[in-house]
Design a protein around this ligand. Structure first.
Ligand code: ADP
Ligand code: ASP
Ligand code: MG
Length: 609
């Protein structure tokens, strides 16, 4: 007999018939000898309807009242599902988040779960009842026992958290697609089912726009080792398993907010190659990285940022032994990258930096917590370490620093994030990075598109330790999460101070306010202009198998070039590559990349309306 948590999303409980079908499935699972907790979403598009109502009354509704409003949707579903089970003769009881004791922070509309009382759940289960729990909602621990919600899509997070708290055997997420697919089937109907995916890959895909799972649900599954499967509520097909590493025996106290960082890593075997002033037009990155991959040079991080004028900088890191080859390729290609419309323009210039190291903080618990990266930058600033490059992912923030500062950086970060010495081996072994070429892992598991981002650029920030700390500390204060942070490689001396530009992406709804806030402090902090572009799209490829495989980036850039899509920004982590393109080219970019990696199947998927 197993204890199973089953979660049913909006479409899966979108009508009386669907609710009856859900009850049938639950009933069958109980009859097979299992105990079941059901977590449900609001019916169909109820939550969207409630948001619309609120917006008709106020353009920026009070967040507490939003929670009061939005939490009603799930309350309807729990009662109906419970009734449907009782009609089948199955004892069942519905419970709101507050009745269960899903205790959260008091942060309205984006609360994180602190802990879940299991007494009431267990008592009902022991009495042979199915417990039907309202997803997406909780109750605040402090003061007035306020109703909170977890953020849109948060029922997945409720379900996995309940599974972790109860020590359930597994958690099933029932939805309107057969499982996790290579991309969103609504945009690419030829998307194919993935049988199994690692938590880290899924965390990236979910955060980069694949809404099939709430990223925080994946974080909890990973941290507590909850076996997780995504399946269709229309069939008995097996769906997609999300696999976690062995859990480290974490406490269930402060469930979503404890220990976001469990390791500090470093790699001193790194060198950086930058190409300055390459033309800002489609095909440049494709050409450069195409040649690099033909020379079998494996690059680690790649960044490309935007600039004033019509040229870009591209920088990448490689391991020291292949630096000479990488440099030769870059030098050979630089003259050819001169802008044809402006043959007199300065030639692209190659810059090599040998003595660098990459230091990283790693752990699952950084999503929606901009303070974690800000703390890393502040710690490095206090230790007097200048940051040359930043790479972020959902499970890692890496900074490229001067090799001489590596030890200092690692020691400071270990202290700041309370990583005991000897906790783990932190020096990354090159052997671990290069997977065997026979590795069965496909290099790219999935492609995601995020159309809800905006890009901000700040011009001419002084280049000295503490700038990233200041900037991202400010953003964290306002709870603004940042993705794709890129500092320009080009350095300009103005008023005797070397300066660089920095660009990053934020959620589109945070764009205007972030710009205003940054513009207000710009003069005081000696920064230049703050520029906002909301008409962007971010397209990303994710796959643990891309580690140690040259040519993956080149293939992505080539697919974009073939469709004349200009790349505005590039940022990578070990298992993802993201490009910012113009918003109107987002869907085309997604389709082109999905096809280029051979992910499309021959059959089109039909999704229930
Ligand atoms: P639910 O209401 O069941 O939680 P959601 O609408 O939140 O369902 O998530 C399921 C939807 O996620 C699918 O209908 C699909 O359009 C979208 N989606 C985006 N990316 C992916 C992907 N890689 N795999 C599967 N579905 C995806
Ligand atoms: N009903 C909520 C939403 O639509 C939560 C969920 O479905 O996961 O966002
Ligand atoms: Mg969902």
């Amino acid at each position: 007999m197993a204890l199973i948590v089953q979660k049913y999303g909006g479409t899966s409980v979108g009508s009386v018939e669907r609710i009856q079908a859900v009850a049938q499935r639950v009933y069958k699972t109980v009859k097979a000898g299992n105990s079941i907790v059901v977590v449900v979403s609001a019916m169909g598009k109820t939550t969207d309807g409630l948001v619309k109502l609120a917006n008709e009354i106020s353009p920026s509704p009070n967040r507490r009242e939003m929670d009061m409003l939005l939490s009603t949707g799930e309350q309807v579903t729990i009662a109906l599902v419970s009734m449907a089970l009782q009609e089948l003769g199955q004892p069942a009881i519905s419970m709101t988040g507050a009745q269960v004791g899903i205790v959260t922070e008091a942060e309205h509309t984006r609360a994180r779960i602190l802990h879940i009382e299991t007494d009431r759940l267990s008592r009902h289960l022991n009495e042979g009842k199915v417990v039907v729990v309202a997803g997406f909602q909780g109750i605040s621990s402090t003061g007035e026992m306020e109703i909170t919600t977890l953020g849109r899509g948060g029922s997945d997070t409720s379900a996995v958290a309940v599974a972790a708290a109860l020590g359930a055997d597994f958690c099933e997420i029932y939805t309107d697609v057969p499982g996790i697919l290579t991309t969103d089937p609504r945009l690419v109907p030829e998307a194919q089912l993935i049988d199994e995916i690692t938590c880290n890959e899924m965390l990236e895909l979910a955060s980069l726009g694949a809404k099939v799972l709430h990223p925080r649900a994946v974080e909890i599954a990973r941290n507590y080792g909850v076996p997780l499967v995504v399946r269709s509520s229309w069939s008995d097909d097996p769906g997609t398993w999300v696999t976690s590493p062995k859990p480290q025996g974490r406490s269930l106290v402060n469930l979503e907010i404890a220990r976001p960082v469990d390791n500090v890593e470093f790699d001193t075997d790194q060198a950086k190659v930058s190409l300055l002033r390459v033309p800002d037009k489609p095909g440049v990155a494709a050409r450069l990285f195409g040649e690099i991959s033909r020379q079998k040079v494996d690059v680690d991080l790649i960044i490309q940022s935007i600039h004033e004028g019509n040229s870009n900088d591209i920088a990448f890191t490689v391991t020291t032994p292949i630096l000479k080859r990488a440099e030769a390729v870059a030098a050979a290609i630089a003259p050819a990258l001169r802008s044809p419309s402006n043959p007199k323009s300065e030639e692209a210039e190659v810059m090599v930096e040998q003595n660098i190291a990459k230091v990283s903080i790693a752990g699952a618990g950084m999503i929606g917590r901009p303070g974690v990266a800000a703390k890393m930058f502040a710690t490095l600033a206090e230790a007097g370490v200048n940051i040359q490059m930043i790479s972020t992912s959902e499970v890692k923030v890496s900074c490229v620093v001067d090799a001489a500062a590596c030890d200092r950086a690692v020691t400071a970060l270990r202290t700041a994030f309370e990583i005991a010495a000897g906790d783990k081996q932190t020096k990354r072994q090159p052997a671990q990075r290069a997977l065997s070429p026979l590795s069965p892992l496909p290099p790219v598991r999935g492609v995601a598109l995020d159309m809800n981002q905006a890009r901000l650029a700040i011009r001419q920030l002084p280049d000295r330790p503490g700038i990233a700390a200041k900037l991202f500390g400010l953003l964290a204060q306002y709870n603004i999460s940042v993705d794709m942070i890129i500092q320009s490689q080009r350095c300009r001396v103005i008023d005797g101070i070397p300066r660089r530009d920095i660009a990053f992406t934020v959620a589109r709804m945070d764009g205007e306010n972030t710009k205003k806030m940054l513009a207000q402090v710009a003069t005081e902090l000696g920064w230049g202009e703050v520029v906002l572009d909301s008409a962007i799209a971010k397209v990303s490829i994710v796959g643990a198998g891309m580690v140690g495989q040259p040519g993956i980036a080149a293939k992505m850039f080539e697919a974009l070039a073939q469709h004349q899509i200009n790349i505005q920004m590039i940022a990578t982590s070990e298992i993802k590559i993201s490009c910012v393109v113009a918003q109107e080219q987002g869907v085309m970019a997604l389709q082109a990349i999905h096809t280029a990696f051979g992910l499309a199947g021959s059959e089109k998927l039909v999704i229930p309306a």
